[in-house]
Ligand binder design. Structure first.
Ligand code: SF4
Length: 326
């Protein structure tokens, strides 16, 4: 069994707004092992990005409860200075939109070199050489020239490669990728995913892949965590999740994938939308959209429980079956 690299336990991140408290992450447990790729999936507003930002301690919300153990140390207990040493070094992140994440006034080389100089104590010259090496590694042509260019001189796909080069420059143990290919066209998207897979295999980097795209999950992930309204509703290895999804929300997400062998003219979509976390005071948060909802569902939130070994689901349909079996 591989070692646990990241372990989030009972994590709660709340936002205090004029309209009230929004529990964007509401008691989440997620484990990522060394070298493993775990997909965090769900529609916009389900809490997946806030979960990843909380892991980096970059969330604008307040962490109310829980712990984030990374290589055994609790990130929430670290001083800001110690956290900075972890961030960009052992724990790195790539964001959805590289143009807003890269600084327009610094060259590509300066931006890759910055983390290398800080975390690896390299001189400016060594950092520049490492930056060129990283650009080569992520498949950027003419790296000796590109290193002195500015972000606006590169295409979207090239900028995302630069973001990956920055994130990978200090050989992180865990890479958090928040919708890394959403802003790119399909061909570039496939190239970036190939690149991430290659880097992961070479360096045994674990990846937390935040995405709403189940195609990306199928291609990249070993295990999948499905989130809905701030909570984990299902978790399983990728094959089990795609072949035997249990939670009605996951089943809905699966049905929404376009299929070439289907004669349906219209794509399936789950009716309604994700509620603002905390707006439903009791019961299962998916109940207003669920075609199987029972009376119990509107009264009480089910626990996340094992439906089979390694397969967890938060739904009364299975709890009820288990009780009948007892
Ligand atoms: Fe649907 Fe009830 Fe299961 Fe929630 S608990 S997903 S409402 S069946």
């Amino acid at each position: 069994m591989k070692e646990k690299l990241l372990e989030m336990k009972g994590l709660k991140t709340y936002f205090y707004t004029d309209e009230g408290v929004v529990p964007a992450v509401d008691g989440v447990d997620i484990v990522i092992h060394e070298g493993e790729t775990v997909g965090i999936v769900g529609e916009s507003g389900c809490g997946k990005s806030v979960t990843s930002l909380t892991a980096m301690r970059l969330t604008p919300g307040k962490v109310e409860e829980g712990s984030i153990l990374f290589q055994g140390k609790d990130l929430l207990a670290l001083s800001e200075e110690d956290m900075r040493k972890v961030r960009g070094n052992e724990l790195a992140m790539i964001f959805q939109e590289p143009m807003t994440s890269l600084n327009p006034v610094f060259t590509i080389g300066e931006q890759i070199g910055e983390a290398i100089e800080i975390h690896m104590q390299y001189s400016k010259k060594q950092a520049r050489e490492r930056a060129i090496e990283m650009l080569k590694l992520v498949g950027i042509p003419r790296p000796e020239q590109i290193v002195d260019e500015y972000p606006h001189q590169l295409s979207g796909g090239m900028r995302q490669r630069v973001m990956i080069a920055i994130a990978m420059s200090c050989n992180p143990k865990l890479l958090i990728a928040d919708e890394p290919t959403t802003a790119l066209d399909v061909t570039i998207q496939a190239q970036i995913l190939d690149l991430m897979r290659e880097l992961k295999e070479k360096h045994n980097t674990a990846i937390m892949m935040i995405t709403h795209d189940l195609g990306v999950v199928a291609e990249m992930c070993d295990r999948v965590v499905v989130m809905y309204a701030g909570k984990v509703v299902e978790e399983a290895d990728v094959v089990t999740l795609f072949t035997n999804p249990k939670h009605p929300y996951t089943q809905g997400l699966m049905k929404s994938i376009p299929r070439l062998d289907s004669s349906e003219q219209r794509l399936y979509s789950i009716k309604g939308s994700v509620p603002i976390p905390g707006s439903l005071r009791k019961g299962c948060t998916f109940a207003p959209r669920c075609e199987y909802a029972l009376d119990t569902c509107r009264e009480e939130m089910p626990e996340l429980a094992a439906v089979e070994t390694g397969h967890l689901c938060r739904c009364w349909l299975y709890e009820a079956k288990e009780e009948q079996a007892e």
